[in-house]
Design a protein around this ligand. Structure first.
Ligand code: DHE
Length: 675
């Protein structure tokens, strides 16, 4: 037990004595819930546990007796609602909204800020309610004057009850330097999920109209504590200092500045050819088995490590620049292409004795995706970079990174026709059956087909799918592209051969498959699956339209994982297992959890904590499909290597150079899109 826990528990013990005394004085009925007191039957440990759950899952949106934030003030909520109703709400608010008239009324009154299901057990819900009851009593006698929840919420539709209404709040002022600092912090930490223009995508819309409604205090709470829906606790995790949190809360109440454009000329000027093709080796010089190299993203170091998959030795470290995000391989595997959040593309040649940076260019202000040409005749010839900002993609020469063209992809929303300023390029996959890249347009909800055999590398088709497309990958045949529309809780299936949307279907709260995983299910034929950011659930859907058309693109299995915050799922054609992580869980232990699903048994074989620190994130197989590598995402990072047959840990790769390792990409598997 830590000192903190001891002091919390002692404090709680005093509070319980006070509460019991108060209950005795007022009579239990007055003190208790509408149909019973959670605190009366709870131990001090229960209340302490309730307090710690409340701190982790609720404080981003609620106070107890200190006024309304994103959600209502929960002071004395036990007096306003039946105990059983509150327990059900704490367990699964989303289902209640579908089935319970009171819950529907509550959400209708609150507009966009709908509460995610906390998925607490009965016992945990009791513990949280006991804690709220005790904390409400601490605020007595004023606590009794708290207004009923619905009345409070009704008031919020015209003005916020506890924080000043937007018109009454003094307009935040930031000086030039503070504004610049806040702008950079926003770009580094927030824009990926909420968009440079703050209109939302993986995270909600946080334009000033919404943040002003919350007020600075609520914004600070959310930045500090995160939310159960997957917003990280940036303050508590030490990513933002308290000063940063205050700065950001002011910045978020101000209109977003216009981000800059990037012209073809500027992209050309940024191009650096460090080693021309004629000066590169004609055959591999390295003695290492380079097609079993792993490229490892060292996120916060702005570097990529190349690790020998056979010997587990470090083959080289390449400076790639700010918050490098992913790697993709050229078709032959000889080159790794890295893309950074700052839009910089770095090309790494794996044939020299030491892997070597041979070219760099910057095609965007903000970017997440990159892919090579993989169709016969185009091997290692071309490269596409998708921009988050500006709304464009850039095509480069695959041997030199010389820019060839920039294509604007501004497209109206597929459903409403609304003109959009920000249309971000999310996942890109390379066709193996034709000269095409398949490009996801996040905000508009289209999947664009880019034909690189045509002059100018144009979009030849835009297929309406679903808004807020994010990540996805191929089915086993590489005819169907399955992509998550994560803010719409759906997967969309595109038939790339025929250029059509096959279907889309709901899976759960914010699916996040990475590139997904394909395997053969004993009952349903070929299937694919996704994990979820917003709930602890693996969802498996049929992906075998040729042999099992009755199950194709329908959810066939749902498997509970315990922890929300899942980002990646991985398997290999030779493996009996499917590996799942949950690095965005709200629980420190949950962030380090790995779960392994048995293809044969159709259920989770085991879940375990992989590390004592950091987060366990992203899986990659070696070339032979016999080992699984997992990153410990921490300043003092590690790579854990598991034997895929026995599931036992084989070794840990450590070293000063392993600063915040995240994604890993095996050359053979990445070049061949094996997943
Ligand atoms: Fe990623 C893939 C966007 C945060 C690790 N990430 C992707 C893709 C997109 C994306 C669009 C698909 C690329 C493709 O296939 O062409 N990622 C974003 C964001 O917008 C987001 C949510 C927020 C941000 O600010 O960037 C984000 N991503 C992260 C991380 O914080 C992760 C966990 C750690 C890191 O290093 O950045 C992370 N994303 C990854 C990885 C992949 C990825 C490892 C590739 C998975 C694969 O197996 O292909």
């Amino acid at each position: 037990m830590t000192t903190d826990t001891v002091s919390v528990r002692c404090g709680v013990r005093r509070v319980v004595r006070f509460a019991t005394l108060l209950a005795a004085l007022l009579g239990l009925a007055a003190f208790g819930a509408v149909d019973g007191s959670a605190a009366a039957g709870s131990s001090t440990e229960d209340i302490a546990t309730g307090g710690s759950i409340f701190q982790k899952k609720c404080v981003g949106c609620h106070t107890i007796g200190d006024g309304s934030l994103l959600g209502p003030d929960l002071g004395n909520v036990h007096r306003r609602r039946e105990h059983a109703w509150l327990v059900r709400w704490l367990k699964d608010s989303e289902t209640m909204v579908e089935t319970d008239p009171e819950a529907r009324k509550l959400v209708a009154a609150r507009g966009q800020s709908r509460m995610k299901s906390l998925r607490l057990s009965d016992q945990e819900a009791q513990q949280v309610l006991a804690y709220i009851e005790i904390e409400s009593a601490k605020k007595a006698p004023g606590a009794a004057t708290v207004q009923p929840v619905l009345a409070l919420i009704d008031a919020r539709s015209t003005q916020s009850p506890s924080v000043a209404a937007p018109s009454e709040a003094p307009a935040p002022v930031l000086t030039g330097a503070a504004f610049e600092q806040a702008k950079n912090l926003y770009f580094d930490r927030c824009a990926g999920c909420h968009g440079l223009l703050r209109k939302g995508a993986t995270g909600p819309n946080i334009e000033p109209a919404h943040t002003a409604e919350l007020g600075a205090k609520a914004v600070q709470n959310i930045l500090t504590n995160g939310t159960p829906g997957g917003m990280p606790a940036l303050g508590n995790e030490g990513i933002l200092t308290p000063e940063h949190v205050r700065l950001m809360s002011a910045y978020l109440l101000m209109p977003a500045p216009d981000p800059p454009a990037v012209s073809f000329e500027e992209i050309r000027e940024s191009w650096k050819l460090l080693v021309p093709p004629a000066s590169r080796p004609k055959t591999p010089v390295t003695k290492r088995q380079w097609d079993n190299y792993f490229g490892v993203i060292l996120r916060d170091a702005g570097k990529v490590a190349i690790v020998d998959g056979d010997t587990k030795e470090l083959a080289g470290v390449i400076e790639t620049g700010f918050a490098v995000h992913i790697l993709r391989s050229s078709s032959t595997g000889r080159y790794f292409y890295a893309v950074g959040r700052d839009g910089r593309v770095s090309m790494i040649d794996l044939w020299p004795e030491t892997p070597t940076l041979v070219a760099q260019v910057k095609g965007c202000v903000d970017a997440r995706s990159i892919e090579a040409s993989k169709y016969k005749g185009y091997e290692d010839k071309l490269l596409i970079e998708g921009c988050y900002w500006p709304p464009q993609y850039v095509v480069f020469d695959g041997q030199t990174l010389e820019p060839k063209t920039v294509v604007d992809i501004t497209t109206p929303a597929y459903d409403t026709g609304e003109a959009l300023k920000e249309v971000r390029v999310a996942a890109i996959v390379p066709s193996h059956h034709g000269p095409q890249w398949v490009v996801s347009l996040k905000e508009s909800g289209h999947v664009a087909i880019v034909d690189y055999s045509k002059p100018g590398f144009p979009v030849t088709k835009k297929i309406a799918a679903e808004r807020f497309l994010h990540d996805g990958g191929w089915d086993r045949t590489k005819q169907y592209f399955m992509v998550a529309a994560n803010m719409r809780d759906q997967m969309a299936v595109i038939d790339v051969k025929n250029g059509t949307l096959v279907t889309k279907f709901k899976t759960g709260v914010r699916p996040h498959p990475g590139r997904g995983a394909n395997w053969e299910d004993p009952e349903y034929g070929w299937v694919n699956g996704t994990t979820h950011m917003g709930e602890g659930k693996l969802v498996i859907y049929g992906a075998d339209p040729a042999r099992k058309p009755q199950h194709a693109w329908k959810v066939v299995r749902e498997v509970a994982l315990g922890e929300p915050g899942g980002l990646f799922i991985k398997t290999h054609p030779k493996s009996p297992w499917v590996w799942l992580d949950s690095p965005l869980s709200n629980e420190p232990n949950g962030t380090r959890q790995i779960c392994i699903y048995s293809k044969k048994e159709g259920k989770i074989d085991r879940c375990f904590t992989a590390s004592a620190r950091g987060r366990a994130v992203h899986f990659e197989y070696n070339k032979a499909g016999t080992e699984v590598w997992v990153s410990v995402w921490d300043r003092e990072g590690e790579l854990i290597v598991y034997d895929d047959k026995t599931l036992k840990e084989k070794t840990r790769i450590e070293g000063d150079w392993l600063v915040t390792p995240t994604g890993k990409f095996n050359v053979f598997n990445t070049a061949g899109d094996v997943y």
